[in-house]
Write a protein that binds this ligand. Structure first.
Ligand code: ADP
Length: 226
């Protein structure tokens, strides 16, 4: 099986004032195409930081990240953005919807940017699928946290990415909606072969993936088959 993500010896620190805070150290793992993979660990263990490095949203101090066959360390921000637009989906913890666009427009944007004439039609289908068929014209401020989460998921699904990174995708949802979102993620993996990399506190969700990486204090404790 081909590797879609290969992380070697990653280190990341943040500077706060005169202090350097190392948040990730000695991180190595890889993920195969079509795999479903969870990253778990206590709050502050570096999960969100690691996800951002894997997706090329941020850069490590040292080590290497190979994503979709490309070594992304030395790419410019523009080159990394291009790779993300073509092959990568990301669901942010705080959704990052565009506040001036309706739910439907938010979902259609990635496809419109690709010149896809069916953007609106696909957007409607995806919103129906996540249970928001009656919210097409609502703006993010008119939606609950859980509804915004589902719009963000529909937007990430729209381009059928090779790999989808999701940061706490069920974090803001009630149990029933959370279950539906997990089903949708697994469907995306089964139907489109999208590799899933999910940061979660939810062990029920983690156990539905094939492998779980446990992070503690910025280091990998273990990687286990779920
Ligand atoms: P988790 O997702 O596991 O809760 P994070 O990756 O969000 O952990 O954070 C790991 C550590 O890095 C925390 O101690 C956090 O305070 C710190 N951190 C995260 N982002 C920044 C930043 N931009 N600047 C400084 N410190 C940060």
């Amino acid at each position: 099986m081909a590797k879609i993500l290969n992380i070697q010896n990653l280190k990341k620190s943040y500077s706060s004032g005169s202090k350097q805070l190392t948040v990730l150290e000695n991180i190595s793992f890889d993920i195969e195409e079509n795999e479903t993979f969870a990253i778990v660990g206590p709050s502050g263990s570096g999960k969100t930081t690691l996800l951002g490095l894997c997706a090329g949203l941020d850069q490590a101090d040292s080590g290497s990240v190979e994503l979709c066959g490309t070594l992304i360390n030395d790419l410019s921000e523009d080159q990394r953005a291009l790779l993300r637009n073509e092959k990568v989906g990301f669901v942010f913890q705080d959704f990052q919807l565009i506040p001036t666009l309706t739910a439907l427009e938010n979902v259609a944007v990635p496809l419109e940017l690709r010149g896809d004439k069916s953007a609106t039609k696909v957007g409607k289908e995806l919103l129906e699928k996540v249970g928001l068929g009656d919210r097409f014209d609502h703006y993010p401020s008119q939606l609950s946290g859980g509804e915004q989460q589902r719009v963000a998921l529909a937007r990430a699904f729209s381009t059928k990415p090779d790999i989808l990174f999701a940061d706490e995708p069920t974090g803001n949802l009630d149990e029933e909606t959370g279950k539906r979102v997990v089903e949708l993620l697994m469907e995306l993996n089964a139907d489109s072969g999208t590799t899933l990399v999910i940061v979660t506190h939810d062990m029920e969700l983690a156990k539905k993936t094939q492998r779980i990486l446990r992070l503690k204090g910025g280091r990998v404790l273990e990687t286990i088959n779920a």
